[in-house]
Design a protein around this ligand. Structure first.
Ligand SMILES: Nc1ncnc2c1ncn2[C@@H]1O[C@H](COP(=O)(O)OP(=O)(O)OP(=O)(O)O)[C@@H](O)[C@H]1O
Ligand SMILES: [Mg+2]
Length: 258
């Protein structure tokens, strides 16, 4: 699988691939030669204890960090040095571990700003964005699909953490990405809020490929088919989730931490 994965367009080709990806911060090796191949439509989890290198790995996939070594491919195209907005144009979107919303704006205005971010013409004021029907329609369609339309006029900072997370996911989805990267979508949420976010993610189009960093093994189990486990920058297991959970090293290193 690993050898032929980033060729061609048949169904089994990897849509997202990392080869020997590494990041050094001075003397610290945060990510050490990580390989990953995610197929079209797959949902892959990345788990591991604090400081394992999960977010650093993600940031190299998303283009926020330049790798020290290694390459990243999206649909066979080498995107290793491509800036984030070019990756977005190729169909990649992400959410952040730390919230990225405008707290003093309404839900709708946050979604509108995200919806216009990829437009060729740039708008300097929200009022101008609202006058562009196709942007407004795109925002409305996404919010209705996620059952968030009723919240359009609420100010983001007044919402629960659970709803803020859902809005962040809406922002990532407004450009109809083919590949969605989620960094701890349930972090800091109550069990009930976490269940809402999990059900929202499970209801998304099955064709969207997802890479999900998750702290909670149970949440990861609900969302993904395969799991990659990182520890101290290295991959210690990668495969079908049941196999990974049964893996002795994973039990000692990962489960031992929680
Ligand atoms: N910009 C940076 N400069 C220096 N060191 C960094 C930087 N970013 C991350 N690190 C270090 O790299 C290692 C991996 O961090 P990373 O944030 O990728 O871990 P993580 O698996 O996402 O952890 P968490 O579960 O806490 O989110 C840690 O030791 C961290 O302190
Ligand atoms: Mg992290």
């Amino acid at each position: 699988m690993e050898q032929e994965a980033h060729q061609g367009s048949n169904g089994s080709a990897a849509c997202l691939k990392a080869e020997g990806l590494a990041k050094h911060f001075g003397g610290l090796v945060a990510v050490n030669n990580v390989d990953l191949a995610v197929e079209n439509g797959e949902r892959r989890g990345i788990i591991g204890p604090n400081g394992a290198g999960k977010t650093t790995f993600f940031n190299m996939i998303a283009g926020e960090l330049d790798p020290t070594h290694g390459r990243v491919y999206l649909y066979g195209e080498d995107i290793t040095r491509l800036p984030t907005h070019r990756r977005t144009h190729l169909g990649m979107a992400r959410t952040f571990q730390i919230t990225n919303l405008f707290p003093n704006l309404t839900v709708l205005d946050n979604v509108l700003l995200a919806a216009q971010a990829l437009e060729r013409s740039k708008f300097s004021m929200l009022r101008t964005i609202k006058s562009h029907r196709h942007i407004y329609d795109k925002a409305e369609e996404m919010m209705r699909r996620l059952n968030l339309w009723d919240m359009q006029n609420l100010i983001v900072k007044d919402l629960s953490h659970g709803y803020q997370r859902q809005i962040e996911i809406a922002l990532a989805l407004v450009e109809n990405p083919k590949v969605l990267l989620l960094d701890e979508p349930t972090a800091g949420l109550s069990p009930a809020e976490s269940a809402e976010v999990v059900s929202l993610l499970k209801e998304l189009d099955a064709e969207i490929t997802m890479l999900i960093i998750e702290h909670d093994m149970d949440v990861a189990f609900e969302l993904v088919d395969k799991l990659m486990v990182m520890h101290e920058g290295e991959v210690i297991a990668d495969g079908p989730k049941e196999e990974v959970r049964a893996n002795q090293t994973v039990q000692e290193i990962y489960l031992g931490h929680d």
